[in-house]
Design a protein around this ligand. Structure first.
Ligand code: ATP
Length: 254
């Protein structure tokens, strides 16, 4: 049972060493249910590694990860997904020749009990189709339902990825650079979709993003990574005014 004080995500003393290289060191923070936290930092700071450790793509050499109070440090990616964790990746994971609807329907079928269930439980195909249609509408792509994913703009591909993520109805969402490769004109629209998804679903969101204006305008708090360490986690205003952040990450006062 969820307690009101129970963080949706709790990371404690998280570290990763690969060979002689220390990739992540003693990273700890908590994210409250319904909160949106941005993750910023220069290239190679450890942002994607942090997401890989939280989502189970990598196992930490030190520390722990809890989802809604349950320790998932050693759990598989699938177990974490069943526990309500969803993530997107920096690179596109769409089937380019399948339509928008077909891509999202595959995600919905997987969420409803395995992609092969379509052969054993035809009724689940209908459920998956209706979930997929709702999720496509949620990201504003109803008019492109039957367009091949490969023919979409980068911005629309990112929207399809979000629709696929939503098909699993995750409680905690990790977005890895959702604006990467997106034309600047499409950034406000994508940003609005993320804001609406967060507000309407009441989900908890962590988002790695290099577009500072997007991050600072969307999130409740910002985590700043630098050389594999968590330099600060605070409100956007406090982070921007933090002298350690200014000198270590931003290079100069902002
Ligand atoms: N499997 C690995 N083996 C060795 N080094 C790795 C491995 N994975 C990541 N690294 C190194 O760890 C550091 C952190 O990488 P990571 O991709 O997490 O950074 P990032 O902050 O996400 O960067 P970017 O903004 O460029 O995506 C980098 O120096 C990277 O080269």
């Amino acid at each position: 049972m969820t307690s009101p004080d129970q963080p949706a995500l709790l990371v404690q003393g998280l570290g990763l060493q690969i060979g002689g290289a220390r990739i992540l060191e003693d990273v700890g923070f908590s994210v409250a249910t319904g909160e949106m936290v941005g993750v910023i930092g220069p290239n190679g700071a450890g942002k994607t590694t942090l997401f890989n450790l939280i989502s189970g793509v990598l196992k930490p050499t030190e520390g722990s990860v809890q989802l809604d109070g349950a320790d998932v440090t050693s759990a598989s990616i699938h177990h974490r997904a069943r526990a309500g964790l969803g993530r997107t990746f920096q690179t596109s994971s769409l089937f380019p020749r399948l339509s928008v609807l077909e891509n999202v329907r595959l995600a919905a079928q997987a969420a409803l009990g395995g992609s092969l269930s379509v052969f054993r439980f035809p009724s689940r195909t209908d459920s998956a189709t209706s979930v997929a249609q709702q999720n496509v509408a949620e990201v504003g792509l109803e008019d492109k339902l039957h367009t091949a994913a490969g023919d979409l703009s980068h911005g629309d591909k990112r929207k399809v990825e979000i629709a696929m993520l939503l098909a699993g109805d995750p409680a905690v969402i990790l977005l890895d650079e959702p604006m990467a490769g997106v034309a600047s004109g499409d950034v406000p629209g994508l940003s609005a979709i993320i804001r609406r998804m967060h507000r309407d679903r009441g989900c908890t969101v962590m988002m790695v993003e290099h577009h500072m204006d997007v991050v600072l305008g969307l999130v409740d708090r910002v985590a700043v990574m630098h050389h594999g360490k968590l330099l600060a986690i605070d409100t956007p205003d406090a982070v921007m005014a933090n002298p350690t952040v200014q000198s270590a990450y931003l290079g100069e006062p902002v």
